[in-house]
Write a protein that binds this ligand. Structure first.
Ligand code: NDP
Length: 371
């Protein structure tokens, strides 16, 4: 069985439920064996860096999404990617001239995979150019920017999605299913640990101007977002504390380690840790009245591993970015719903929480939230 077949089988019923009505496929085998002649989302990637490379490779296995364009500040990367992915010269742009993508009918959407502080301006320019946008996390540096991006996309009548790949991950979705079905009873507690020991001190992730912050913007956002989809409620307050052991490496405005706590309307609480200086932090734990879920690793590229009170989670690993792009194509082309939202409003909620966490650190106070 080749990798595409494995991939499609692993995607399982929920994905097929999404694609069958549009494609006319009756079963997983049909879906694989029949040539796909439905609509395809033609995507350009902006920012040909580490994660852009991973997304491009994963898209090779997509049926409904195809890499057709490039936006980069590095001409040598454009040349190399053009030959690797068979991209015509007319679909290649740099950061100065990409507004003219509006005149290019062969590109439907742009996936923005650049440093955090660039997302806001780039997404607004792309919206003005009439292209759908998929934007990497964090969607922006703060809620104000996030709202402006949502408004620009609404005004231009284009879709704005955020690259929340875990929202399509099968073991994650099984826990969310169990919780929604009431199989665990009331959720009482969530723990989210997200962190790694960051290397090169000169990288953009440690530059406040490009990153907008530190570990919280980059990796802590997984615990923030995970707390929301695991608990299934929106937090109403946050408290937070920062620890900095290396002010040389983690300069003013670049957080090294932040602990934060979230309170939910039901009385459930979350206790989370975000760090650029602690290794092996990739764990979600959910405790409920009648059960529990434990994922470790919980948000890495996988395989995700975990168990619940019912036993080991056995859902097959799939390449996160492949299913993400397949599903995002269906959302953009056919208005399908994501199992956990991935729209701009979802990204904005996380930005409001990030704003509140930074404010809680600065003020030492409990900050109320209204999402
Ligand atoms: P990289 O540094 O590996 O790549 C970023 C790319 O952005 C560069 O290679 C460059 O591409 C382009 N770029 C444009 N302007 C600048 C600039 N001033 N400084 C540096 N690069 C610039 O970063 P990542 O790919 O790891 O991260 C990019 C985004 O993706 C971030 O927002 C990050 O949070 C997100 N991300 C998401 C992940 C996920 O799992 N969802 C995982 C990893 C990252 P070019 O030369 O083509 O212009």
């Amino acid at each position: 069985m080749d990798s595409r077949r494995n991939f499609l089988q692993a995607m399982g019923a929920s994905f097929l439920a999404l694609s069958i009505p549009k494609t006319g496929f009756g079963s997983i085998d049909d879906f694989y064996n029949k040539p796909y002649d439905g609509p395809v989302l033609r995507v350009a990637i902006m920012g040909l860096g580490g994660y852009g490379t991973r997304v491009a490779e994963a898209m090779r296995d997509c049926k409904m999404a195809k890499l057709v364009g490039l936006i980069s500040g590095t001409p040598s990367k454009i040349t190399a990617w053009q030959s690797k992915y068979d991209i015509p010269a007319g679909n290649c742009y740099n950061y100065e001239n990409f507004d003219s993508i509006k005149d290019n009918p062969s590109i439907d959407a742009v996936y923005v995979i650049t440093p955090n502080s660039l997302h806001h301006g780039q997404v607004i320019r792309l919206a003005k150019a009439g292209k759908h946008v998929i934007c990497e996390k964090p969607m922006a540096l703060n809620a104000k920017q996030g709202q402006e991006m949502i408004d620009a996309c609404k005004k231009a009548n284009v879709k704005l999605l955020v690259g929340y790949r875990m929202h399509f991950e099968p073991k994650t979705l099984e826990i969310v299913r169990m919780r929604k079905a009431g199989e665990m009873g009331n959720v009482m507690f969530f723990q989210g640990l997200s962190g790694f020991k960051i290397g090169d001190p000169t990288q953009w992730r440690l530059n406040k101007e490009l990153a907008g912050g530190g570990s919280l913007m980059d990796i802590g956002i997984y615990a923030i977002n995970g707390a929301r989809y695991m608990v299934g409620e929106e937090p109403i307050w946050v408290t937070a504390q920062e620890t900095k052991t290396n002010p040389e490496k983690f300069k003013e405005g670049v957080d090294e380690t932040i602990q934060f706590q979230l309170g939910f309307p039901s009385g459930a609480v979350a206790s989370c840790l975000s760090s650029y200086n602690i290794s092996y932090l990739d764990r979600f734990f959910l405790s409920a009245e009648k059960g529990f879920a434990d994922l470790q690793p919980s948000t890495g590229y996988g395989p995700i591993k975990g168990r619940t009170n019912k036993g080991e989670l056995t859902q097959a690993h799939i390449t996160h970015q492949t299913v993400q792009m397949e599903k995002m194509a269906a959302i953009i082309l056919a208005g399908e719903a994501a199992p956990i939202p991935v729209d701009g409003e979802e990204g904005l909620k996380d930005l409001k929480i990030i704003d509140a966490i930074y404010l809680a650190v600065k003020s030492g106070k409990k900050i109320s939230l209204k999402l």
